[in-house]
Write a protein that binds this ligand. Sequence first.
Ligand code: NI
Length: 193
Amino acid sequence: MSILKIARMGHPILGRSAAPVDDPGHPGIRRLIRDMIETMADAPGIGLAAPQVHVLIRLVIFHVPADRAEDAEEGADEAAEEVPLTVLINPVVEPLGDEIALAWEGCLSVPGLTGLVPRFTRIRYTGQSPDGRSIDRVAEGFHARVVQHECDHLDGVLYPMRMGDLSQLGFLDEMRLRAEADRDPEDEPPSEL
Ligand code: NI
């Protein structure tokens, strides 16, 4: 296993469209998945897409940790249930309804920054697991947000490109200070996706 180098915003690979995975069980794919899990844990992050580690294929990994779910129970952020580590290959995301919510996002490819990003609040996503099984889930809130963020990486889209108001993009420490000054309960520290 090894920790992989993460591409940062500006690197051309992050703007390209990724290719479908023909054989999810291929040993090279398995090795990549192990390395991505190690890289995400080291960062640390909540999600990681293969193009972020310089591999242009349609594969993402993510999880929603328990502490994130507890935050949500305190009313601090979007509803979030704990979601175990998921490896999603050739994902397809479909919005369920047209409701959109704003929340803070970060990204391992945009280190140190955070922004307020609109996302569909409810989605269905499908794809394959590494052992070839089908994944078919309905997700809401933060879970839905994470999946939309990661799958955007497969189409060359970074979260600032989804933002409507770039005055809500800033350095994490500055935005935390701003949130403290405003005492806006919505302004919670984001997670690196
Ligand atoms: Ni990201």
